[in-house]
Design a protein around this ligand. Sequence first.
Ligand code: ADP
Ligand code: ZN
Length: 732
Amino acid sequence: MNRVPAFFAPRDRIAVLTCEPVGVLDYLAPEGGVRQGQLVLVPLGPRRVLGLVWGEGTGDFDLAKLRPVARILDAEPFSPGFLDFLTRAADYTLTPLPLMLRMATRAPDIDQPPAARRIVVPGSGEVSRQTEARARVLQVVAEHGGASFAASELAQLAGVGTSVVKGLVAQGALAEIEAPRDQPYPRLDPALPGKPLAADQQAAADRLRGAIRGGSYGTTLLRGVTGSGKTEVYLEAVAECLAQGRQALVLLPEIALSAEFLDRVEARFGARPGEWHSGITRTERRRLWHMAGRGEVGLVVGARSALFLPFRDLGLIVVDEEHDSSYKQEDVVYYSARDMAVLRASIGQAQVVLASATPSLESWVNAAAGKYTRLDLRSRYGEAELPQMAAIDLRAEAMEAGRWISPTLAQAVTARLQKGEQSLIFLNRRGFAPVTVCRACGEQIGCHQCDARMVEHRFQNRLVCHQCGETRPIPQACPSCGVEGKLAPIGPGVERIAEEVAARFPDAKATVLSSDLFHSARALKETIAQIAEGDTDIIIGTQIVAKGHNFPRLTLVGVVDADLGLQGADLRAAERSFQLMRQVAGRAGRQSGAAPGVALLQTHQPDHAVIRAILSGQDEQFWDAEAAGRQAAGMPPFGRLAGIILSHPDLGAVSDFARHLAAQAMPLAEVGAELWGPAPAPIARVRGRHRMRMLIRAPRQAPLQSAIADWLAPVKLPTNMRLSVDIDPQSF
Ligand code: ADP
Ligand code: ZN
């Protein structure tokens, strides 16, 4: 494809992609002409809307009646490669192009010029009449030493009204100046020396550096147990990419917890990277978006949506913990950031590094088929040993009623306490108890809005729906029969395990790590840092602890219920449980020189294939067996799947419409695809909307997307009916 953006002379007929449902419309190029990829404002009816110069106009609408582009925006034009990526991502995910454009322009005040904006910086700091609100504002300014803010932003950070900030400016305590809105990021220095690498690290780093110097597309699966030094290796790839003068992107699954990673980047390259996730300020969001486009940020660390930043020249995309399910977005636009990273790189002559100790089956199969290069780090960095793994057979343990920690696990914890080492007790279930039942009538308390049980969260003293977030106080009387004092929690969540730990190890210091117990990412980060410093004896945690933290004093991991993820009809259940347990077990004994770690799995099925694979450490056999099973069933990654979800407040309406749609699915049959369903979706009601699902399975090479598009094109959705298409659904 042509890499030079086309230029359109004034009054040329051009096609502009608007971010409105109408999509592409013809306009006249403005005075001075315009380049392809330029963001513009165009008139649409009485409004002006955001648009992107897409190419030559095609319509036959009378040239004399076409309206001109209203204004060219001050953003760098999107490159032809980026336009190509947006088009192909839209085709792949069956997303309307206007929605793609919205994703790619998610920056505040995109229609505002980059120069000269009134901002607030520290002034005299002397306040005539101190109030609590004023003090808070000054404290925020002090905490962000050197930073500057928009008045509204500062007010928001301090949790006060804008008038408080303006008052401080009026009395000279804060000063207002004109300044550029968006400043380039400090340059990262790729020539600074990294850590001396171990032999297998060096070999992997050399391969990646060579691939990046080659300047063409390739994907590498970088596999190595937790602590084997994958991060050090891909930082070398980043260094090479920066040295080539190209930009690099590192995607992390849990960006709120990336503080440690940002520090490592700073230590390695002498400056901090750009950050892109939901926790950054509007000013930073805008700055990063513009600097990505201008090539004035070398490295961006971000959440999945960073993949839709308009990088000027992206040479490397790292997807860390590539198996993590948070890379799949299932809202508005359904996409897998891992798969879209590969697409973007293949269009832009870039390299992809997929890093994981427990790769997704997709990546494993692609590596086995030679589509990806596989690089393995075989041991932990230094002499740190892998944890020893063992099952605790719960059928043989003398379990007391109302207790979930077996005598064997309790003994192991006691031994750690005596040695001053940390233990982690893992249960992937938030709250106190998953079910609240009335012992008088048998009622299980459910959500009014969803087909889900309410979960008791005792620390908050509320029942919570994990689907829609609805909460209510824990009732005294049963909502069904009205009998008082008969409601009982059934089964454990982490809060209940914490209660058991407090009762059984009264002298130990325990900390619960569960996402719902922290009101901010910062609070969570602080707690994690304290744990890492050794300031706790027993950690009780959900899957949030499985992700990439270094706890040097942690030598025991106990999995309360290793069987939890093994049930369920989901074909990915085994893969998921395997990944999660392998990751959790990997928390034990990470540091070289420390005592070797032990991981104990409490299970009722010690002979289950997943448990056996985990215990034996035979990961490759596990993946090969999983792959063989999927192949035999024609399931992904050997066959293709798509999900269609319909939802409507009325059950009759949605099931009638689903059947009506299914009856018209001839275009699917023509390409050899099968339609399964409609059936109630795995969660059949969410937020008051009933959901029906259809699954489509197609052979690997079938043109699945175009068949679905042909099928759905003539469909008119009834009022209030929603339809979403999920290509490569995560659960099936
Ligand atoms: P992974 O990403 O595979 O989990 P890391 O790259 O985070 O592994 O490495 C684990 C630990 O070992 C980190 O604390 C890291 O700083 C350290 N480490 C890894 N490689 C080296 C090296 N070559 N020299 C010194 N320390 C290293
Ligand atoms: Zn609900």
